[in-house]
Design a protein around this ligand. Structure first.
Ligand SMILES: Cc1cc2nc3c(=O)[nH]c(=O)nc-3n(C[C@H](O)[C@H](O)[C@H](O)COP(=O)(O)OP(=O)(O)OC[C@H]3O[C@@H](n4cnc5c(N)ncnc54)[C@H](O)[C@@H]3O)c2cc1C
Length: 634
C-alpha cells in the first residue's frame, strides 16, 4: 500500500471513530500495528472503535482510548515480598499459570530445558482457566482459516490421550447446535457443512426426530439440530492442576504468589525479569498471562495488541438435573452465529451438574469476577426453557470469568517480531481450553527452536507423561475402597458429604506436587464445597485439616490466597474482641511467605518455588547497563 493510500485510510478511520463519539481521536501506525488514542465516556464505544480499526488488517490494534473517569485498579497480587527466586537463570520463564502456561510448562519438559513458571495468584487455574464451561469444543464455531479453529480442532483430538495420561475424567458427550428458525436450519447446512469439511470435523445436520431420540428432554423451542460427537467435557481446573503437577513431576518449577512487575531490556532482548520474589534472568520468556498478556508485551516493549476483557457469567444447577441432558446444547440464532460469542447454552459437566450460560459482555475490568442478578436472570430465562424439567429452584450457585479477547479476535501464538527472546501465547480467549494442548505443542516447538540459537536442545528421555495421581475414592470399586481404607483409615473419614470426599484425599492435595493450603485450592483439586450445601458443612473440617497438616494457624488459612483470610481468632466469648476488631489488625501490607510445617513433598514456603530439579545457577546481582521497561502496573 502506498503511503498516501495508507494516510487516506487512517484519516478515514479517524473520522469514523470521531463520529462514534471519540473525542480528540488520533490514529497512527507504529511498527506493524495500528494505534488509537482519544477519550470517551462509554466503554462499548471504545471497543467498537477498536473493532473498526481491526478491519484495516494490520498486525494488531493497540487501543489507548481513555474511558472518562476510569483508572484501572491495581492488579491483584500477593503481599509477599521475598527473594525466593532471586538470581535464578531458567532456560524458559513462563508468565502465567492458567491452562496455557501449565500445558506449555509440561510440554517444554519433553526437552532438556529448565522451566520456571511464575503465577501471581496463590494457585494455578485461578483466572479464566477455572472460570469456564470445561467444554472441549469440536471447533465448528471457528472461522475457516483461523488459528483459533486450527488449534481447537488439533487440541480436541489430543484430549483423549492427554486425559488418560493425566488421569482426569474426560467424556465426549457430544454437542448439539439447536435452531429455532428455518433460516438457520437451511443456512447452517451450508456454513457449518463447509467448516466441518475444511476442518475435518465429523457430524452435521440431524432430523428433529433423531434429535428427540438422542435428547428426549429438548422442548419445542428447538426445530432441529446439528450434531458434533467429538465435543467433550472435563473439569478445567483439574486439568490445569494436573498439567502443572505433571510438569513439576518432570522437573519444571512453579513459583506461586509471584507477579512479574517489570523487565529490563538490553539490545532488543529481555535481560532480566523483576518479580515480588526476586529478579530472574531467563534465556527465553513465554507470555501466557491471559487478560494481562498485553501488559506483559508492553513490559518488553512489544505491545502490538490490546486485550478488551469480555466477561461471562455462568449458573450451576444441582446434580439431580444432570440426567436430563447428555450433550452440551445451545439454541443459536442467525444473529448469534455471526457475533463473537457462541451464545451459551446448557451442558452436563463432567461431575454431573448442569451449567447454564455463559453470556458475554464487554467491560474494562480484567479481574472482576462478580455476578449480577440481572445477568443470571437473563441466562436462566434464555436457556432453561430449552429443557423439560429445568427450574430456577435447581440453581446452586453462579460464577463469572473474563475472556482475554483482542480486537483481531484471534489467538497470538508466535515468537515476538521485536524481542529476540520473547514468545507469545497471548489473547487466548475461547476456545482456549479446547486448544490448549495444541497451543502448548506449537509454543514448545517455537521455544525450543529459539533456544536452539543459544544452546544445544535435546529431547528429555526421562519425561514421563503419566501423572502420579492420588486415589479418587468415588471412582473406586467397593473392594478397592476397602483396601485403601485398610491401608490408610483417613480415606474412610468422609469430610464432604455432598461430593463424598474423604480426609485422605484432602491431605493428599495438601502434599501434592503443587501444594495448596487454601480452601478453594483444595476445592479445585477434590471438590469439597462444590455440592448442594456449597461448603456449609465441610469448610470448618477442611480448615482444621489444613491447619493440622501444615502447622498454619486457622486464622492464617485463606479462602483463595493472600487477603482472603476468613477466620480472625477465637470468638468474642473467649477474648472480648469481635471478629471485625481482629480483622482490622490482620491485613498485613507486605509480608514474607509464612513457614509451613514441612512435609516430605510440600517443602516450599507458602506458594514458594518448588525445587523439583537441581537449582539453576545464581546470576550476578545486576545484568549490566540495562534499561527498565514497562513499570509495574501491579
Ligand atoms: C465464561 C467463560 C467460558 C469459557 N468457556 C470455554 C469453554 O467451554 N471451552 C474453551 O475451550 N474455552 C472456554 N473459555 C476460554 C478459556 O477459559 C480460556 O481460553 C483459557 O482458560 C485461557 O487460559 P490462559 O492460561 O491463557 O489464561 P488464564 O487462565 O487467565 O491464565 C493467565 C494467568 O496469568 C497470570 N498472570 C497475569 N499477569 C501476571 C503477571 N504479571 N505475573 C504472573 N502471573 C500473571 C494470571 O494470574 C492467570 O492465572 C471460556 C472463558 C470464559 C471466561
Amino acid at each position: 500500500m502506498s503511503s498516501s493510500e495508507e494516510g487516506r485510510r487512517l484519516s478515514h478511520l479517524r473520522e469514523e471513530i470521531s463520529a462514534l463519539g471519540i473525542r480528540e481521536a488520533e490514529v497512527s501506525v507504529f511498527r506493524r500495528s495500528i494505534r488509537l488514542s482519544g477519550m470517551c465516556g462509554d466503554w462499548a464505544t471504545i471497543v467498537r472503535a477498536g473493532k473498526k480499526a481491526a478491519k484495516l488488517g494490520y498486525k494488531g490494534v493497540v487501543n489507548e482510548i481513555e474511558l472518562d473517569g476510569f483508572t484501572p485498579p491495581p492488579i491483584r497480587r500477593s503481599a509477599i515480598e521475598d527473594g525466593a527466586i532471586d538470581g535464578e537463570r531458567p532456560d524458559v520463564l513462563i508468565i502465567g499459570g492458567g491452562v496455557i502456561g501449565c500445558a506449555i510448562a509440561r510440554e517444554l519438559r519433553r526437552w532438556d530445558v529448565s522451566v520456571l513458571l511464575c503465577e501471581k495468584e496463590s494457585d494455578v487455574a485461578m483466572h479464566a482457566s477455572s472460570r469456564n464451561d470445561g467444554m472441549i469444543h469440536p471447533g465448528i464455531a471457528s472461522h475457516i482459516g483461523s488459528l483459533r479453529g486450527k488449534m481447537n480442532v488439533e487440541g480436541n483430538l489430543m484430549y483423549t490421550q492427554l486425559c488418560k495420561d493425566l488421569k482426569i475424567p474426560f467424556k465426549r458427550y457430544g454437542n448439539f447446535i439447536l435452531y429455532s428458525d428455518h433460516l438457520f436450519g437451511v443456512g447452517g447446512r451450508a456454513v457449518l457443512g463447509a467448516r466441518a469439511k475444511a476442518f475435518g470435523i465429523p457430524g452435521g445436520h440431524i432430523s428433529r426426530q433423531r434429535m428427540h431420540e438422542l435428547e428426549p428432554n429438548i422442548t419445542d423451542a428447538a426445530l432441529g439440530a446439528f450434531s458434533y460427537p467429538m465435543s467433550g467435557v472435563l473439569s478445567p481446573y483439574k486439568l490445569t492442576v494436573a498439567l502443572a503437577e505433571n510438569a513439576v513431576e518432570n522437573g519444571a518449577r512453579v513459583s506461586l504468589d509471584t507477579i512479574v512487575t517489570s523487565m529490563e531490556m538490553e539490545h532488543g532482548r529481555i535481560a532480566a525479569v523483576h518479580t515480588n520474589r526476586g529478579t530472574v534472568y531467563p534465556r527465553l520468556v513465554v507470555n501466557a498471562a491471559g487478560v494481562f498478556s498485553d501488559i506483559i508485551a508492553k513490559m518488553a516493549d512489544d505491545q502490538f495488541f490490546t486485550i478488551h476483557p469480555r466477561k461471562g457469567e455462568l449458573v450451576i444447577l444441582d446434580k439431580k438435573k444432570g440426567k436430563l441432558v447428555q450433550r452440551s446444547m445451545g439454541l443459536v440464532s442467525v444473529k448469534a452465529a455471526t457475533s463473537d460469542t457462541k451464545g451459551g447454552g446448557v451442558m452436563r459437566t463432567i461431575d454431573g451438574n448442569v451449567l447454564v450460560g455463559p453470556d458475554a459482555y464487554e467491560e474494562p475490568l480484567r479481574e472482576d469476577f462478580s455476578t449480577h442478578a440481572d445477568h443470571v436472570d437473563a441466562i436462566l430465562e434464555k436457556h432453561l426453557p430449552l429443557i423439560k424439567g429445568f427450574a430456577k429452584s435447581d440453581v446452586i450457585t453462579y460464577f463469572a470469568g473474563v475472556r482475554a479477547s483482542n480486537y483481531e479476535e484471534e489467538f497470538i501464538v508466535e515468537r515476538s517480531e521485536e524481542v529476540d527472546n520473547l514468545v507469545h501465547a497471548a489473547a487466548i480467549q475461547s476456545p482456549g481450553l479446547a486448544s490448549a494442548p495444541a497451543i502448548a505443542k506449537r509454543i514448545a516447538e517455537i521455544s525450543t527452536a529459539a533456544l536452539g540459537e543459544q544452546m544445544d536442545v535435546h529431547k528429555n528421555d526421562r519425561f514421563d507423561p503419566v501423572r502420579k495421581a492420588a486415589p479418587v475414592l468415588k471412582y473406586l470399586s467397593l473392594e478397592e475402597k476397602q483396601k485403601l481404607i485398610e491401608k490408610n483409615p483417613d480415606y474412610g473419614v468422609i469430610i464432604c458429604r455432598c461430593e463424598e470426599i474423604s480426609k485422605g484425599e484432602i491431605i493428599d492435595c495438601i502434599h501434592s506436587p503443587i501444594p495448596v493450603t487454601s480452601l478453594d485450592g483444595i476445592k479445585r483439586r477434590v471438590r469439597p464445597g462444590m455440592g448442594r450445601c456449597q461448603g456449609g458443612f465441610c469448610s470448618p473440617l477442611v480448615t482444621s485439616i489444613i491447619a493440622q497438616e501444615t502447622g498454619l494457624k486457622p486464622e492464617e488459612i485463606t479462602k483463595n490466597g493472600d487477603g482472603t483470610e476468613f477466620l480472625y481468632g477465637p470468638t468474642n466469648k473467649g477474648t472480648g474482641q469481635t471478629a471485625a476488631d481482629k480483622g482490622a489488625e490482620s491485613k498485613p501490607q507486605a509480608k514474607k511467605a509464612p513457614a509451613r510445617k514441612p512435609s516430605a513433598k510440600a517443602s516450599a514456603g507458602k506458594g514458594g518455588a518448588r525445587t523439583a530439579q537441581k537449582s539453576d545457577k545464581k546470576a550476578p546481582a545486576k545484568a549490566g547497563a540495562s534499561k527498565k521497561k514497562g513499570g509495574a502496573e501491579a
